[in-house]
Design a protein around this ligand. Structure first.
Ligand code: ZN
Ligand code: ZN
Length: 360
């Protein structure tokens, strides 16, 4: 493990201690990469980092994976012909009462601990910490910025070519290759044209893009471990009055949310600002999703911009701000930027133009 990992562990320990937690149990996830530099697939095989507030961290994992554990991290390997649960119980400090579990810990593992330690108080690590990785350091911000800039360049390259006459599937492949050409890995591309854009998670299909269509793009990829996640809605040829109207309403909602996002504001209130803006334009019912999500080593991670979230924005939070209007059978518009909370407000890492772009 590097000094960075040890510093992150120390920071997490302090937060756990402040919350009265004795030990954290971390499954394969961005948290494991963040805290220990260890990439392990999440699967049915038990693999957990046990990080006590006082004492040495221990990685419990399949014996055949043990060679991948970075130097300096103690392991408790288990073999395929044995029950791994006793290894996990051995890794938990004997006196630990309050145990916080990462959100992808398997129910069988959680139940195993709850049964073996009936006196233990179990909690959710994300609840206790507000997200282990929610506040990004300078190095992480540089990687997120680089990912956002590469994604902007890929977008500009993509819109230079005509969309008309190509299928969604072809356009998704074209956008993915533009992202890869900019050095992004793990790329993802959604292309939803015309009425298909009303489905926020539409899978690109055989529909051919025609003049007059709105086309919703949602795309991004990974650079130096960190992700981008951007949406833009284009008009192929002159936009209809309706597309123009909806796009303007979504753009206003996003601008209002960006103006509201600053340190100390409740994240739920930022969602409410965007919701209020769309409601005043008559689209309350059509904004069916949360406003945004944290972004970093994983595409969706804390903190979340959703109604009812009392967590406060902090400098170094990186979130998407992605209001949308989804009108079934008609059209859909989403504008999504990657945004960092600064000392004074927020700054968008995404620079691609937000206004309705007319393309051929
Ligand atoms: Zn997205
Ligand atoms: Zn997103």
């Amino acid at each position: 493990m590097t000094d960075t990992h040890l510093e992150r562990q120390a920071r997490l320990r302090r937060r756990l201690e402040g919350a009265g937690v004795d030990v954290a149990v971390v499954p394969p996830s961005g948290d494991l990469v963040y805290l220990a530099g260890l990439h392990v697939h999440l699967s049915e095989r038990l693999a957990l980092l046990v990080l006590p507030v006082a004492g040495e961290p221990v990685m419990v994992l399949p014996a055949f994976e043990a060679s991948r554990v970075p130097e300096g991290l103690r392991t408790l390997p288990w073999h395929e012909d044995e029950d791994p649960l006793p290894r996990l119980l051995e890794a938990l400090p004997a006196g630990a009462r309050a145990i916080a579990f990462g959100e992808r810990v398997a129910a069988s593992e959680l139940l195993g601990v709850a049964t073996a330690r009936p006196e233990a108080e179990l909690s959710a690590l994300e609840r206790v910490t507000g997200g282990v990785r929610a506040v990004k350091d300078e190095r992480e911000l540089a990687a997120l910025r680089a990912a956002a800039e590469a994604t902007d360049r890929a977008f500009h390259a993509f819109v230079r070519e005509s969309l008309e006459g190509a299928s969604e599937r072809e356009l998704a492949a074209r956008l993915a290759s533009a992202l890869r050409a900019e050095g992004l890995d793990d790329t993802f591309t959604t292309v939803a044209s015309g009425p298909n854009a009303a489905f926020p998670h539409h899978l690109p299909g055989e529909r051919v893009v025609r003049r007059g269509d709105g086309v919703l793009l949602d795309f991004g990829g990974r650079k130096d471990g960190y992700l981008s996640d951007v949406s833009r809605t284009l008009s192929v040829g002159e936009p209809s009055v309706r597309l123009r109207e909806v796009h303007a309403a979504v753009a206003s909602a996003q601008a209002a949310a960006l103006a509201a996002l600053r340190p100390g504001v409740r994240l739920g209130d930022v969602d409410a600002v965007a919701r209020g803006s769309l409601a005043s334009a008559g689209f309350a019912e059509a904004f069916t999703r949360r406003l945004g999500h944290g972004l970093g080593l994983e595409i969706h991670e804390p903190p979340y911009l959703r109604g009812g979230n009392d967590q406060l924005a902090e400098p170094g939070h990186v979130v998407t701000v992605e209001p949308g209007v989804y009108l079934l059978g008609e059209l859909g518009v989403r504008i999504e930027d990657d945004v960092v909370v600064t000392d004074a407000g927020c700054e968008s890492l995404t620079r691609a133009p937000r206004e309705l772009q007319v393309v051929s």
